[in-house]
Design a protein around this ligand. Structure first.
Ligand code: CA2
Length: 146
């Protein structure tokens, strides 16, 4: 089972800035914890972070034949990117949208997501644990399918 995990713009700053909003764990901490869970679940995890919309679009398309499911924290692109939504919709794989924070408890401009309508589910508000929950949810979905 192959799962692609995409982190959107500015998430490379995790643990280094605004810990009151996004927590103290760095992206490297989160990724290494997820790789551990993935290996316990017998899952191949491919991880990438990009600050560029086009790179994220390309990565989604490039993994169409590799990935069985996609986990994505589109970060600010959640609220702006038709291109990422179209790419996710085109690959026709299960997608789980992840957020560290509860976007509905924040500024109104964060309340709309272009990605949610093409996701099977959305997990947010649990800090780095949102990623653990999303990985387990994806494994559950993919195991149910086989
Ligand atoms: O809560 C989330 O995971 C978000 O996707 C994070 C995005 C934000 O634009 C979304 O509305 C919600 C922001 C990611 C920026 O990450 C930073 C991390 C540390 C310091 C500064 C920014």
């Amino acid at each position: 089972m192959n799962i692609l995990l995409i982190h959107g713009p500015n998430l490379q700053l995790l643990g280094k800035r605004q810990p009151e909003i996004y927590g103290r764990q760095t992206l490297a901490d989160i990724n290494s914890h997820l790789r551990e869970i993935a290996s316990q679940r017998d899952v191949e995890l491919k991880v990438l972070q990009s600050n560029h919309e086009g790179e994220i679009v390309t990565a989604i398309g490039d993994n169409i034949d590799w990935a069985h499911g996609i986990l994505i924290n589109p970060a600010a692109y959640t609220h702006t990117s038709v291109a990422i939504r179209d790419a996710l919709s085109a690959v026709n794989l299960p997608v789980i949208e992840i957020h560290l924070s509860n976007i509905y408890a924040r500024e109104p401009f964060r309340h709309h997501s272009y990605v949610s309508p093409v996701a099977v589910g959305i997990i947010g508000g649990f800090g780095a644990y949102s990623y653990d929950l999303a990985l387990d949810a994806m494994v559950h979905i993919l195991r149910e399918k086989t």
